[in-house]
Every structure is written in structure tokens, then in C-alpha cells.
Design a protein. Structure first.
Ligand code: SF4
Ligand code: MSK
Length: 666
């Protein structure tokens, strides 16, 4: 597979069979997608932009900085390192802001639900009580409603907190990590505050020391990971149910020829959940029938899709790079968006068909789209009015094409509680079996493949990395559009154990789980923080996340949120690999991210271009951690007699693992 970069090398390859089929149809001839636009632009990305050394933070510029050229520093004297650090920090702030604003809406929705308003309920009381304890809320003998209201109010206060004490959920981290944050003075104090301070410190003439800028960059990112995102995940679980394993479909083929197809796109699940409830109500179903449809088929796109996939088993029709392609089927009555990752181009694509693009959030409108505000106070009524609009569109449907060959079955719903239960069983639910399997070498380590899809690279990058990891007996956790793309590649199915090394296969087979575990949307990367923390607390794998044989990657990152996620992982002690970083134009700062952060954080960023190079780096990092933990002790050599060889018959994956050049000693 040739990986081609944006610009002069032309378009990237689409490997997804369903996507190719749709775009090959006559009805899609007039559609222009991002793949076409990349080709049409025909120019390389701006060197200053991609290297991170273009500054427009004041009107003496814009200044394009060339590192090492005296005349090419900023008018104010800012160096390449300062400018790249400020730009990088602002990416973190923007990504954190997106998660934070999302989380605030979820907390507000939770508080309304706790008060008994709206169509939702408190579904996971056990989780409510355990989170209440984290916030120091008394639970003994109290009504669920009272605990929930107090939790909602305390959670909401975390956003605007002004004193200098740390946000509540930091205390969930292991003591050693908390001590590192305290020593560095980077324990987040208020979720909004850290974003504001980051923006202030990167204003012209404020913080001009890249190491100091990155201290706040870490604090800002931590306020996302351990604050906003974690609150969103936990309260959403309490309200809509903590995910448990369930079968579902991830494919464009989840559209139905004889039903009203409605794509729910974006991130905040409040609207999507209300639509799910509304779509089951008899008045809506009657309305669909009156229009000649057999029913209402809700499908997800991007992370709203992941939210309802995880909790309700509702199919994800498309990941980020397929949002235009799903409309190109001509079979979608409406695409309903809330916030984030909704490309403006969907309006133009929809013009080729009867499809209506409906925006529902005052923060996210688009010219040419119909805006119907989703009113949270009257969630069900509001959801019904949006649905009714889509249903009335069904009769206008013209020629359409729904790919049939690929209906990719997935098993999803791996919250950290589920992993706990699945590996530990109902009597001893714990991470002990996972830790033991890592210590005995059956599972070499854990790798997270997270983040977006990106038109700049071929769409099978996630698959190539995941296959290499599981072949080398590394358990993979996935979130966001990366998880959806791994579903399309068939790796979220227990049958994917055929791609595993022998020992990982044995573990997955015994538990009945796929080797790649879908853990949710992009805010749900907080589940990975908790899972990693639980592994440390369980014992035997060191006393900090930085000791674990674990690593993460977001190889096709697109959104600024992915950088915020990357930084909160690094600041939590986990290594992270990206395909590129917008800092390469500033030598010292770039080196600081790739090496220097190791000193204060015990982890750093890594960059590797090709997917197999990324996988190799991840495997080597995991093996190095195993070595440092002293769990790579060689077993005594066993000479196999004929009977033992027969027992191993058919276990072809034994020996598969060596092809990356990594060392194995299990
Ligand atoms: Fe140029 Fe400095 Fe202004 Fe940036 S802050 S645009 S480097 S003068
Ligand atoms: S939707 S942020 S493209 S994962 Fe979360 Fe996908 Fe990335 Fe958007």
C-alpha cells in the first residue's frame, strides 16, 4: 500500500468496498468529495503551516518564521520554537474546548434528567454512586434523585471553578502521577480556566518559553482528559447506560431501501438519544407508513454514531471520511447534525439528491442547511419535529443505491467496566486476569488506536497497524472514527482472532472477545485513562501509567481534539505516536515534544510516517516497557516431543510474530 500525502501526489486510495461501489454509480457522478478536492487543489501543503511556524497572533504580522535564519524571526522577535509552541498549544486549547463544550451540555442534560425533566432516566445507579464518592457526596441512605442532583451541580461547578484546588477527578489517578502533576504545578484547577489561560499565555507578548508554554499545554489537556471528557463519558453512561457488549453493523449497507433513512452526525448524544426514543413512538411510525415507508431507520455517522452504537447497537453507516459518500447513495432522507466534524460540503453533496441537511444546534449552523433548533427542555417534542421533517422527505426519494455485499458485523460496547467483567468474570471482576496475561506474556501489552480518519492518507492505515499489533499478541483498544474503520475492516468481530498471534488468540477465544475492543467515541478516550489506571492499581505492572507496556496512536488525526487527547495521554505517562505533528519547522521545540517531555512527564510524542513503521515503533516501545518491568524473563527452553508438536498442530500463528523485527520472549 502506498501512502500518499495531501497535495501534489494527488488523491489517496479508498479501499472500503462499499464506498467504492457507491461512488461508481451513475447517481453519484455529480458528487464532488474531499478526495476530488484534494486532487483538484494540486498543491503541496504550506511549509510554514505544516511546520507550525506561521504566526498571526498580532497585526504586526503575519510572520512566517524560518528556523535558524536571523532575518526570518517574528517582527516582535518571536523565534520558530516560540511560534510553533504557541500554535501547538492553541491546537490543544481548541481541541479541549470542543470536548469541554460538549461535556458541559452533557452535564446540563444530566442535571435536568436528575431533576426528572425530559425523556431520559438515571440508568446506571451503581456508577452514579461510585462517581458521587469521587466528588465527596454522601450516598448512604439517600434517594437516587438527590445524589444525582448534587452530583450534577458539583460536576457543573468544575467548569467554572476559580480556586486553586485540583478538579475532582484527578484523584482517580495513581498517587505517583498525581505527585508528578503537583510537582510540575500542572494539576488543572477549573476546566474552562485552563483553556482561557492557555489562550492568554499564547497571546502576543506573554509566555515565550516553549517549555513553560507546554506546561500549560499539559494542564489544559489534562483538564480535558481527566475533567471534561471523563465527566461526559461517566455522566452519559449514568444517564443512557454503561455500554455492554452487543452485536451491530458498521457499514453503508446499514441503510434500508424501504425505510426512512436518517443519519445522525456529530458528537453530543443528547439529541441522538432523543431521536432514538422518538423513532420508536407509534405516531412517528404511523407517519412513516403514511408516506409509504416500512419504518424509520436511524444510522450514525462519526462519534454521535459511536455513542448510539455502543449503547443501543444502532448501526454506524459512515465514519468521518464517508460522510459525503453516505449521502451519495441517494437513500438518505435527512442528515441531522449537532456539533463537530460535520463538513460544510455535505450541503453541496445533498443538492444532488432529495436529502435534507438539518442543523439542530445554535452553535453549529451552515448556509444552505435547514436549521431546526433542538430544545433540550422539550427533548422528545423537539426530536419528533426534526424526525417529522425527515419522514416527509421520503416520498421525494429518487434513484438510489445501497451497497449490499458488505454488512460488517461488529461486537462493540467495551467500557472499562465490561473489560473488567469479561476478563475477571462475575465473581472476581478485576483487571487481575489482564495483568496476569500481560505478565505471563500471552498478551504482550495494550495499544490504543484512536482518533479520526483523514483524506490525506489511505483509509486502510488503521487496519494495517491493528493487524500488525494483534499478530504480535498486543491487545488493541479503539475509539472514535478509528474504531469504526477497524469495524469496516472486520477486526471488531471475534472471528478476527484468526489474525492474532497464538497466545492473544488463546486469550480472546477463551473470553469470546475480538482482539480489537471498541471503547466508544472520542470523549471516551477517558475510558482508556481509567482502564490504564486500573491496570496499575491492580499491581504487578509498575506504579504509574508510564510503567505499563502500553502505547497509543492516532495515525489519521484530523481534528484538533486528537492533539488534546495526545497531550493528555503524554501528560498521564503514556507514549503516543502520530503520523505527523505541526511542529517540524521548529527544531528545538519539535525535539522537546519527541524527547524532552520524557523528563518531566515520563512519556513523549513520537512520529512515524508509514503504518508498519508506526506499528513497529509501538511494538518496540511495549517490549521495552516489558524489559524494564522485568517480565521478559526467558522461560526455560522446552524440547518438544512428537506429542507436543501434534498438540500445537494448526497453530500457524506461532512464529508469525517475528516479522516486525520486535523481540519476543514469552
Ligand atoms: Fe509576528 Fe510576533 Fe505578531 Fe506573531 S506575535 S504575528 S511573530 S509580530
Ligand atoms: S468524530 S474528532 S473525526 S474521531 Fe469524533 Fe471522528 Fe475525529 Fe471527528
Amino acid at each position: 500500500m502506498a501512502v500518499k500525502r495531501n497535495g501534489c501526489e494527488g488523491c489517496t486510495d479508498i479501499t472500503c468496498a462499499s464506498s467504492k461501489q457507491v461512488l461508481a454509480q451513475d447517481i453519484a457522478k455529480g458528487v464532488k468529495t474531499a478526495y476530488d478536492r484534494i486532487k483538484a487543489r494540486g498543491m503541496s501543503a504550506c511549509l510554514f503551516g505544516s511546520g507550525g511556524t506561521c504566526c498571526r497572533n498580532c497585526n504586526m504580522g503575519p510572520c512566517q518564521i524560518i528556523d535558524g535564519v536571523e532575518e526570518m524571526i517574528g517582527v516582535c522577535g518571536a523565534t520558530a520554537d516560540t511560534v510553533a509552541a504557541r500554535n501547538f498549544a492553541r491546537i490543544i486549547a481548541s481541541g479541549s474546548a470542543a470536548h469541554t463544550d460538549h461535556a458541559r451540555e452533557m452535564v446540563r442534560g444530566f442535571l435536568e434528567t436528575a431533576k426528572g425533566h425530559g425523556p431520559h432516566q438515571i440508568k446506571d445507579v451503581k456508577k452514579l454512586m461510585s462517581l458521587a464518592e469521587v466528588f465527596g457526596i454522601a450516598t448512604e441512605g439517600r434517594e437516587v434523585k438527590d445524589v444525582a442532583i448534587e452530583l450534577g451541580e458539583k460536576a457543573l461547578a468544575e467548569f467554572g471553578k476559580q480556586d486553586n484546588t485540583p478538579i475532582s477527578m484527578l484523584k482517580r489517578a495513581v498517587p505517583k502521577r498525581q505527585a508528578i502533576w503537583n510537582k510540575l504545578g500542572i494539576a488543572p484547577r477549573g476546566i474552562d480556566r485552563e483553556i482561557v489561560e492557555m489562550m492568554h499565555r499564547t497571546h502576543m507578548g506573554v509566555d515565550q518559553d516553549y517549555e513553560n508554554i507546554m506546561l500549560q499545554g499539559s494542564r489544559c489537556a489534562l483538564s480535558d482528559g481527566w475533567g471534561a471528557s471523563m465527566l461526559s463519558t461517566e455522566l452519559t453512561d449514568i444517564m443512557f447506560g454503561t455500554p455492554v457488549p452487543r452485536r451491530a453493523i458498521v457499514d453503508l449497507g446499514s441503510l434500508k431501501p424501504d425505510q426512512v433513512n436518517i443519519c445522525v452526525h456529530g458528537h453530543e448524544p443528547l439529541l441522538a438519544e432523543a431521536l432514538c426514543i422518538a423513532a420508536q413512538e407509534s405516531d412517528m411510525l404511523e407517519m412513516a407508513k403514511s408516506q409509504g415507508a416500512k419504518g424509520i431507520n436511524l444510522v450514525g455517522v462519526c462519534c454521535t454514531g459511536n455513542e448510539i452504537l455502543m449503547r443501543r447497537g444502532i448501526p454506524v453507516a459512515a465514519g468521518f471520511v464517508q460522510q459525503e459518500i453516505v449521502l451519495s447513495t441517494g437513500a438518505v432522507e435527512a442528515m441531522i447534525g449537532d456539533v463537530q466534524c460535520i463538513m460544510q460540503s455535505v450541503v453541496e453533496v445533498a443538492k444532488n439528491f432529495h436529502t435534507e441537511i438539518i442543523t439542530t444546534n445554535y452553535r453549529a449552523k451552515m448556509a444552505g442547511a435547514k436549521h431546526i433548533q433542538f430544545e433540550e427542555e422539550e427533548a422528545l417534542k423537539s426530536a419528533k419535529s426534526i424526525l417529522a421533517h425527515a419522514i416527509k422527505n421520503y416520498k421525494k426519494r429518487g434513484k438510489f443505491f445501497i451497497p449490499k455485499e458488505e454488512k460488517l458485523d461488529v461486537v462493540v460496547g467495551f467500557s472499562h467496566e465490561t473489560i473488567n467483567y469479561m476478563l475477571g468474570g462475575s465473581f472476581r471482576a478485576s483487571y487481575r486476569p489482564l495483568n496476569d496475561n500481560i505478565i505471563n506474556g500471552r498478551i504482550r501489552g495494550v495499544a490504543a488506536i484512536v482518533g479520526c480518519d483523514n483524506f490525506k492518507l489511505d483509509d486502510d492505515v488503521h487496519e494495517i497497524i491493528a493487524r500488525e499489533l494483534i499478530k504480535n499478541n498486543i491487545l488493541v483498544l479503539a475509539t472514535g472514527c478509528a474504531a469504526t474503520s477497524l469495524g469496516r475492516a472486520g477486526l471488531l468481530n471475534p472471528a478476527a482472532i484468526k489474525y492474532c498471534g497464538a497466545s492473544l488468540r488463546e486469550v480472546c477465544e477463551a473470553v469470546g472477545m475480538p482482539p480489537v475492543l471498541h471503547m466508544g467515541s472520542c470523549v471516551d478516550n477517558s475510558r482508556i485513562l481509567i482502564a490504564a489506571t486500573q491496570m496499575v492499581k491492580q499491581g504487578g505492572l509498575g506504579d504509574d501509567i508510564s510503567d505499563l507496556p502500553a502505547i497509543g496512536t492516532a495515525p489519521l488525526w484530523m481534528s484538533e481534539k486528537a492533539v488534546a487527547i495526545g497531550q493528555y495521554f503524554v501528560a498521564s505517562g503514556a507514549q503516543v505516536v502520530f503520523q505527523d505533528l505541526p511542529t517540524s519547522g521548529a527544531k528545538k521545540f519539535n525535539k522537546y515534544l519527541l524527547e524532552g517531555l520524557m523528563g518531566p512527564m515520563g512519556a513523549h510524542w513520537n512520529v512515524a510516517k508509514e503504518p508498519l513503521e508506526i506499528a513497529r515503533l509501538m511494538i518496540e516501545a511495549i517490549e521495552a516497557k516489558r524489559e524494564a518491568l522485568g517480565i521478559n524473563k526467558k522461560k526455560e527452553r522446552v524440547l518438544f516431543d512428537m506429542e507436543m508438536r501434534r498438540d500445537l498442530g494448526g497453530n500457524k500463528a506461532i512464529g508469525d510474530a517475528g516479522c516486525t523485527g520486535a523481540t519476543h520472549h514469552a
